[in-house]
Design a protein around this ligand. Structure first.
Ligand code: ADP
Ligand code: MG
Length: 331
């Protein structure tokens, strides 16, 4: 299959055509004319076979995930996702694989209102790189630098499920079929929290999505807001899959090592954010409207170190930094 037939057959008509898109696939560059009075949020995420996913993952799921991880960055900024470009590197042009990949793209792009307006197609080891563009009202972006002492810290849904899924696929342990499927779905088809992220504009003081583990990611809010954060281990929201993992392996449910997937597991793509205690009811209301659970997991505290602290049973724990290591490339 030639490059141009790949583009024609599998990369066109992905997502809605926005009226502000002046040129899309077919020219040397796409052209967009953003509405007067809006700002653009722009981000890119790459997924490499063998690093970010197993080579034999279903192509529909891979397509969903490359969109989801990027949509999640828009959610974290409170931006409304609009456009994407996709750099696709393929070992071979397999029409069956491409057709499934393309229908995965279509389905998720449609659901989130994201239009594929361009990209690049090359031959090489399987890798996907997607640039996403979203719109924001002026001066409203949710950033990492606004957390205030006394704010409460929240996360959406449950934590650690994607890391459990990875451990299951790596054969580390087993779970019952339903919980196994739940954890693998969390890894392969994460659900970005776009509607909720946008509903946090005017509420969240600091926000990010958890891609590398709660502790490591929350530490970015600490650094950029010049605050410290205390996370209460007793409050971490765990799925029934996680609870089964604890029971089957006879683990101490309170220990940091048991909670390692929830604290440091990557690929969750839930939102972690801070908000004033005065807005607590609003936070819960907005989550309700989005049919999403949010859990208060800690608070922003005054401490010079600008670090993340863990507490349990009301007492601060002394934790080695090696116990709270999130994922980093090149480390
Ligand atoms: P160029 O002249 O810049 O090399 P290409 O031949 O790479 O352009 O691409 C032709 C058109 O197809 C461009 O509009 C480009 O954005 C689009 N395109 C290429 N690959 C993809 C892809 N994987 N997904 C979406 N659009 C693509
Ligand atoms: Mg060109």
């Amino acid at each position: 299959m030639a490059e141009f037939s790949i583009i024609d057959q599998f990369c066109r008509d992905i997502g809605p055509k926005h009226s502000s898109t002046k040129l899309d696939i077919g020219d040397d560059a796409a052209v967009i004319r953003p509405d007067h009075g809006s700002e653009l949020a722009i981000s890119v995420d790459t997924m490499v076979s063998g690093v970010h996913f197993f080579e034999d993952v279903l192509p529909e799921r891979l397509a969903h995930k490359i969109l989801a991880v990027n949509l999640s960055d828009m959610a974290a900024m409170g931006a409304s996702p609009k456009w994407a470009t996709l750099a696709l590197t393929l070992p071979k042009a397999d029409p069956e694989w491409l057709s499934a990949f393309s229908s995965g793209l279509k389905k998720t792009a449609k659901r989130f209102g994201l239009q594929l307006i361009g990209g690049d197609t090359t031959q090489g080891p399987l890798s996907l790189s997607l640039t996403i563009i979203g719109t924001l009202p002026l001066f409203k972006a949710l950033v990492r630098s606004g957390a205030k002492i006394g704010d409460e810290v929240y996360v959406t849904n449950t934590l650690g499920d994607a890391a459990l899924g990875l451990a299951l696929l790596s054969g580390k342990f087993e779970l019952s079929p339903l919980n196994r499927a739940h954890a693998i779905d969390a890894l392969e088809t994460p659900e970005p929290r776009n509607e909720f992220g946008q509903s946090l504009l005017d509420i969240a003081t600091g926000c990010l999505d958890i891609s590398d583990g709660l502790i490591g990611d929350i530490a970015h809010i600490c650094e950029q807001s010049s605050v410290s954060i205390e996370i209460d281990l007793d409050c971490l929201p765990l799925s029934s899959a996680y609870e089964e993992y604890i029971e089957l392996n006879k683990l101490d449910p309170k220990s940091v090592s048991t909670l390692n997937y929830a604290l440091n597991g990557g690929d969750d793509y839930e939102l972690a954010f801070t908000a004033s205690p005065e807005d607590a009811a609003k936070v819960l209301n907005r989550a309700d409207e989005c049919e999403l659970s949010v859990t208060k997991v800690g608070q922003v505290i005054e401490r010079e170190s600008h670090k993340v602290y863990l507490c349990s049973n009301g007492a601060r724990l002394n934790i080695e930094s090696s116990d709270t290591k999130s994922f980093e490339h090149f480390s």
